[in-house]
Design a protein around this ligand. Structure first.
Ligand code: SF4
Length: 379
């Protein structure tokens, strides 16, 4: 989702005649599109921003020297930290949440005016130097149609934004807001536009694509409509939520000639007690049935997952349940994460009581298991 957001921003800025560079040293504007899903991801961003701290303030109040670069922090960290971004990283000029990315060209224009002295010098120079937009409204549909795709053969297409599931460990509903579905006609239009540019493969994106709904068009109907797009050779979707995944979806996947036979279905834990604490809305047996049906209906279909180890109160028995589930299903690939506390979340109120070394031990064990059974799966 963040990769697509970055493309959207590139498209919006190119439309304003900015040029992209892969060399941050020669850039006039550096934008960090950030992820808050794990502490590790945030730590990396703070450290990267730190590379710029010795450049001094953007516009010195003492000498009035113009800033060297405009630096922005956008995405989930901006939404989560809001103006506190500037306390932690004073060198940053602007912050914008995920629902405010369409405002970035205007923010940059405002900052550029200030840099060239065109802005009225008001009573609040600090405000003029720091802009944050974290209102989190609705994104305008037009932003998806700038035609910027980093890969000339493959496009990401957002079908829904936000999430209303509130899994207890997850910050997404707090930073990306509730689930909003794009209109299916807009999605089809974006795919047709991409195909007209030479794109042959599309990945549909949503935090929970299985909850997609626009009137009578749900994910299954959307798949049937996308199948009919001339010139499109293949497509896929991520991410699925087990509680909303249906047998009808598997049948639609089996019948489709273009849809990749790959389901990424995060299980997170094999312990019913932990799944309850995670607020996932399904049991281990429900998941096992789903996996079984998927493999029966889609012969040779690829099945991948996400697993969190070390969730608060996870005992060795809980972990063994997860290990046994992973061993029993034999996922083609699995992304295994050590639990880390996220701000705003319900699980953040629980003691993070599995010691770091124990999390690492469980992580290593399940990783070892997965390495034995994984095939190489391009996501
Ligand atoms: S389904 Fe759960 S884990 Fe996935 S984005 Fe929504 S709240 Fe987060």
């Amino acid at each position: 989702m963040n990769m697509r957001d970055s493309e959207v921003i590139c498209g919006l800025l190119q439309a304003e005649n900015y040029q992209l560079t892969t060399n941050p040293d020669e850039a006039d504007i550096v934008i960090f599109n950030t992820c808050s899903v794990r502490q590790h991801a945030e730590d990396k961003v703070w450290s990267e921003i730190g590379r710029y701290k010795n450049e001094g303030p953007s516009r010195s109040l003492r000498t009035n020297h113009p800033r060297k670069k405009i630096i922005g922090v956008i995405g989930c960290m901006a939404q989560s930290y809001k103006e506190k971004v500037f306390e932690r990283a004073p060198r940053v000029d602007f912050a914008a949440g995920p629902q405010d990315i369409h405002k970035i060209p205007q923010i940059i224009k405002d900052l550029t005016k200030e840099k060239s002295g065109q802005s009225p010098s008001g009573d609040s120079p600090l405000f003029l130097r720091k802009i944050w937009e974290t209102d989190g409204g609705i994104r305008p549909e037009e932003i998806y149609h700038t035609g910027f795709h980093e890969d000339k053969a493959r496009a990401y297409v957002v079908i829904s934004e936000g999430c209303s599931n509130f899994c207890s460990y997850c910050v997404v509903p707090y930073v990306r807001g509730p689930l909003r579905n794009r209109k299916y006609k807009d999605i089809l239009k974006e795919i047709e536009e991409a195909v007209a540019q030479g794109i042959t493969s599309v990945t549909l994106l949503g935090q929970n694509v299985n909850a997609y709904e626009d009137g009578k068009v749900r994910l299954v109907e959307l798949i049937r409509l996308i199948e009919l797009v001339k010139g499109l050779k293949e497509f896929s979707f991520i991410t699925s939520h087990p509680k909303d995944t249906t047998i009808d979806l598997f049948k639609a996947m089996a019948h489709s000639h273009k849809l990749k036979k790959h389901l990424h279905l995060p299980v997170q834990s094999g312990s019913d007690r932990i799944l309850g604490l995670m607020n996932r809305g399904y049991s281990k047996d429900f998941y096992l049935d789903l996996a079984d049906n998927y493999r029966k209906i889609i012969k040779g279909g690829i099945l991948t997952t996400d697993i969190i180890v070390g969730f608060p109160t996870e005992t060795d028995k809980d972990f063994r349940d997860t290990y046994n589930l992973a061993e029993g299903i034999g996922f083609d690939a699995a992304f295994i994460f050590k639990y880390s506390v996220r701000p705003h979340t319900a699980a953040g109120g629980l003691a993070d009581d599995v010691p770091r070394q124990e999390k690492e031990r469980r992580h290593a064990l399940i990783l070892q298991l997965q390495k034995k059974i994984s095939k190489k799966v391009p996501l």
